[in-house]
Design a protein around this ligand. Sequence first.
Ligand SMILES: *Cc1c(COP(=O)(O)O)cnc(C)c1O
Length: 393
Amino acid sequence: MHNEDLGFNSLAVHAGKKDDCMNSAVSPIYQTSTFSFDSADHGAKCFSGEDKGYIYTRIGNPTIGELEDAVAKLENGFGGIAVSSGMAAVNTVYLTYLGMGKHLVAHNSLYGPSRAIMESLYPRFGVESTFVDATNAENVEKAIRPETSLIYLETPANPTIGITDIEAIVAIARKHNIPVCVDNTFCSPYLQKPLDLGADIVLHSMTKFINGHADIVAGMLVTKTKEHYNKLRPVMVNMGFNMDPHQAWLTRRGLKTLGIRIDRAQENSIKVAAFLEQHPKVEWILYPGLASHPQYELGKRQMKGPGAMISFGLRGGFEAGKRMMDHVQLALLAVSLGGIETLIQHPASMTHSKLSKEAKDAAGITDGLVRLAVGIEDVDDIIADLNQALSHV
Ligand SMILES: *Cc1c(COP(=O)(O)O)cnc(C)c1O
């Protein structure tokens, strides 16, 4: 059967499998740093690219390759580039498209370090950046300069759950011939396919939904074209951002259940969101599945489902947030998301505690904001836990 005929879950289970594994149901781990050549000529051909043979694991490895091919297939891309972490993926993109005199336009609400490195580290190399509220595409157009060489989006964004219109921003980028990269970590290809919407590069922290078991840190880039793939891959290889074969093997295993994990976490999230929305101690809630979400219609059009990330605000602000955190029992008080277990965190006292009041306001981090990553436990247990924790607020 050709992969083209298969649905998402079938591809998640089978895509990328190499044929040379002695018919084992699961591919072995090629735990090796290097590969031997048949002859000097063979070695020469591998280095020139004439022969696709493996050379050295930082450059390529069959176990890592299986994962790259599988995720690229699920994203409808040309090829995947696996890296050691989501941040290695972010830096591979930044280093490939930005440099002295170049300029980045990005959404103002990003995963913390994706913005922080751009403001603290990259200016040393002459890179400038403008962060705008990309949920209004016009703001992106206004920020573009002749030197702009990358547009970087994250949707839904962390932790404000703002949704940006990928197609609208791609249309603007096309006019100016600027590549668009979308961090698709919150959705995974199961819920959103940015390349189908015109983006050039998709980025994942596979630490989250793709691996899904909170036991791996990993990243991935998928490009729409060979041209972008050939620009990015040497940067990954030469910066040493590569993945390890064992890490790749575990991540490939996690990927097999991506669809059913998200179905379950999403089903739970819809019920948890309905519970939170009516709770007297909850002042507001942002979840793409609720009609009250400011980009509800866009979310329905752009995403296959509302996902498993919820942000909400507690009446009582900072102290209320801390009290709720101190009383959860089933949910783990932890950062990260996309795993099988429910995680809860309070950005004002935790992830964003070092930010100034102005920076918090600009990023939409209010004192009572709580971020919930809903897991696959029984939903009645999740709701009972949140209910008892809220009774202490
Ligand atoms: C976690 C995360 C990252 C960074 O990934 P790591 O695997 O932790 O390096 C980037 N983007 C988003 C949206 C994330 O949630």
